[in-house]
Design a protein around this ligand. Sequence first.
Ligand code: SAH
Length: 247
Amino acid sequence: MTSEDKAMVLDARKDPMGWAIADYYKNGVAGRLRVFSSMFDEDEMSVESLFRTIEQMPEIERVALERASGHILDVGAGSGCHSLALQDMGKEVCAIDISPRSVEVMRESGVRDARLINMYDCALTEKFDTILMLMNGTGIVGTLDNMPAFFERIGQLLADGGQVLVDSSDLIYLYENEDGSVDIDLNGRYYGEVDFQMQYKNMKGEGFDWLYVDFDTLAHYAEESGFAAELVAQGAHYDYLARLARR
Ligand code: SAH
């Protein structure tokens, strides 16, 4: 994601998801949050699902909330659904996001510590016992090339004995044929590297890279950076929750 390289936050005029979240929060309905990619047909994201309650969350997210302990950092917190659930569980959480509108909504809806800041911004100097990255949390890494920088950053943000709980999906199923063979260009980009651009009403965001990574590849990069990856839980459709901790 380009904004992340520069540790920037979004311009409020280019924050489609944030505006969709704010509309839904205020009115209980939102327009279509459109998703474009050079790799897929136009798609739509359910704004309502960004406000999921703990009962509506997929199992791997509930496991992550259960396992989150100590001072928690909810990275890319969106509407704040996980942070609110953690607060209800009596846990201490700091929610961060680069979307100005989303952070406003989080503050209004009762997230006690919601900050407009990029996870790569070195102004964030505190240490956390748990870093939570949910709804394809590896997306924020952008591309596999950014893995070393990602691990360096979480190394700075984690307290001793701390953990990252992150979910992702193996997109291999998109390339599988009925006979079980796969169509992947091994000389091309990694198949989980996706580009997206979002639009809400007339507001278009900047395009960004979003990484889906299979567990083995994540574990490989973790190891190269002195971390260990543990497969904590698997979802219903190639999705999983991983725990990353220093070795
Ligand atoms: N975790 C939420 C929202 C996921 S959408 C949920 O599960 O519902 C991903 C969020 O990450 C978006 O709100 C986006 O603004 C935010 N984001 C993207 N890059 C970021 C970065 N580098 N630092 C902090 N937040 C980021």
